[in-house]
Design a protein around this ligand. Structure first.
Ligand code: ARG
Length: 569
């Protein structure tokens, strides 16, 4: 597709004798399209040209030669040059490209197959899957798809917390209370109950903690029975998570978690030793990071055991070897900021500067209710992810039964809308902000929500169905979609690729959520203003094609976030 910024920069470059790329970087999109579709802020050149911005604007305006097929006109407004795009040209460019690429519209190959490793979800097995893991799963899942869309090879890693004292607790609890819980159905409900009960009771009975430690030690020492139980716990937990992952469209290429690295850490510890990075400190072995204003990174505790950081370093080295990654992203809550800073620094000190620079912690905020209170913390009980998703589906089903009881495929629609609402809510603001979890808000069909986007998508579909329309670009007269409201849509479609690129550059799926809201609202404006179905066939064909295009891009964009679009609702 045509690159309008480049075209403009090219024309300006010829008048001022400056670098085209630099000029292109300055070009802005005005907040209000009355001020043009693109604007060049001349004050950016004031220093270089030693002139006042309005004067620069005048001089450029006088000399500039524009291709009228691309730009309708240039105007001066203060120190800005405002460029107005030829509407018919852009409509043709965008819709023809869409016709060529269909659901691939907007995708580009800037990744060229380079590997982006995304560590996400990564729950702790045998502990409740906390709502915080929902955020990691949803944000990481979206990044996975966005990078893929941009030609990268996404590698999803679920770095399971499948080793640790929690297994000692559950195993001890299993022994103590085996008659009280029904474990025959192989679900994790009982396991989680045992974990929660154990954690509560051990507060009063410290000897229970000792028992848990011993049980875990048995596991660490390779006791056969303990290993069997561990394996079983891991299996039923994974089977349970899978259901949730399926609902969320989260994909993983590896489930190598902490346990996988158990027997691989010696090598890394040795390497640290050899490189002179390890220091003894009160019986522990650490990497001193004082010089970098950080507390030491503990590698071996005073009890002689390895810890979280040791395993993360080991897995990082493994990821370097296996994937030679372009980026390694860790989608983990904000509270682990220091941990990752330390681990990446140690990696750098080990001599892997190149890869250390490619590592990035992708933090996110808490999930809070509308009063700002952390969800799940009040009563000390965690909210199970699966329960939340099922509740969302149930709520949507109730709404459907009330408003549209004859809808076909009710269950499927409820699933797509319920889960979509949860996903979109999670991704609708910049990730570092706390997510407000409020049922009324996230299910509001008129708000800036997942259901709203799905509703607009369904509306595009129903218009096409009603018209019995088969999209055909050959029948489109591009001059018929140049009204302001139509052109707003065309411009948004044109920017879709950039939006995806930006989302990846910032590792911020909310860039796409915002875009989907804008596109939905733009279509809604258009739809309210003009009759898509009219007597004039040429007008109708053009409007229908535009409607079709909006539907495709809404669907593609929503799928990048992990949502699914219903055909009806
Ligand atoms: N299991 C950890 C937790 O739930 C998250 C793991 C994140 N990934 C990593 N490589 N450390 O807190």
């Amino acid at each position: 597709m045509i690159n309008i910024k480049e075209e403009i920069a090219n024309s300006i470059a010829k008048t001022v004798n400056l670098d085209e790329k630099e000029l292109a970087n300055y070009i802005e999109i005005p907040p209000n399209s009355d001020l043009g579709d693109y604007a060049f802020p001349c004050f950016k050149l004031a220093k270089e040209l030693k002139k006042a911005p309005p004067m620069i604007a005048n001089e450029i305006k006088e000399k500039i030669v524009i291709d009228e097929n691309i730009l309708e006109k240039v105007e001066i407004q203060g120190g800005y040059l405002n460029f107005y795009v030829n509407k018919q040209m852009l409509a043709k460019e965008v819709l023809t490209e869409l016709d060529n690429k269909k659901e691939k519209f907007g995708s580009v190959n800037i990744g060229e197959g380079k590997n982006v490793v995304i560590d996400y979800s990564s729950p702790n097995i045998a502990k409740p899957f906390h709502i915080g893991h929902l955020r990691s799963t949803v944000i990481g899942g979206a990044l996975y798809k966005i990078y893929k869309f941009l030609g990268y090879n996404s590698v999803g890693i679920n770095y399971l917390g499948d080793w640790g004292i929690q297994f000692g607790k559950v195993m001890t609890g299993l022994e103590l209370w085996k008659d009280e819980y029904d474990l025959s159905n192989n679900t994790i409900d009982a396991v989680l109950k045992i974990y929660v009960r154990f954690s509560k009771e051990e507060k009063e009975k410290p000897e229970m903690t000792d028992m848990a430690r011993q049980a875990f030690k048995k596991l660490e020492d390779g006791d056969k029975q303990a290993l069997e139980t561990w394996k079983w716990l891991r299996e039923i937990s994974l089977a349970n998570y899978e259901k949730t992952y399926k609902l969320l469209n989260a994909k993983f290429d590896s489930y190598n978690g902490e346990a996988y690295y158990n027997d691989k850490m010696d090598k890394v510890v040795e390497e640290l030793e050899q490189k002179g990075l390890l220091k003894d400190s009160q019986g522990a072995k650490i990497v001193d990071l004082e010089e970098f204003d950080m507390p030491p990174c503990i590698i071996i505790t005073s009890a002689g055991t390895t810890i979280y950081a040791t395993r993360d370093l080991t897995s990082l080295e493994d990821r370097i070897n296996k994937y030679d990654f372009e980026k390694a992203l860790y989608v983990v809550g904000n509270e682990q900021q220091l941990h990752f800073k330390q681990v990446f620094k140690v990696l750098e000190l080990m001599g892997y500067e190149k890869y250390a620079k490619r590592c990035e912690h992708i933090p996110f905020g808490l999930v809070v209710d509308k009063d700002g209170e952390k969800i799940g913390s009040r009563k000390g009980n965690s909210v199970l992810l699966e329960d939340i998703l099922n509740e969302a589906i149930e709520k949507v089903k109730n709404i459907i039964n009330e408003k549209n009881p004859d809808l076909p495929d009710k269950d499927e629609v409820a699933r797509k809308v319920g889960v979509g609402a949860i996903i979109f809510n999670d991704l609708s603001n910049s990730r570092i902000k706390d997510e407000i979890f409020d049922w009324d808000m996230l299910l509001n069909f008129q708000g800036e929500t997942g259901p709203y986007i799905q509703y607009i998508y369904v509306r595009t579909n129903s218009v096409l169905t009603k018209a019995g329309y088969t999209p055909s670009i050959k029948d489109v007269d591009f001059s018929k979609v140049t009204e302001k409201e139509a052109f707003d849509i065309i411009k948004l479609l044109y920017s879709f690729s950039d939006v995806a690129i930006q989302a990846a550059a910032k590792n911020e799926p909310s860039v796409i959520s915002r875009y989907l809201i804008d596109l939905s609202q733009a279509f809604s404006n258009y739809y309210n203003q003009y009759h898509i179905l009219t007597d004039d066939k040429a007008i109708q064909d053009a409007r229908l094609y535009l409607t079709y295009a909006v539907g495709i891009v809404l669907k593609t964009g929503a799928e990048l976030l992990g949502m699914e679009m219903p055909d009806r609702m």
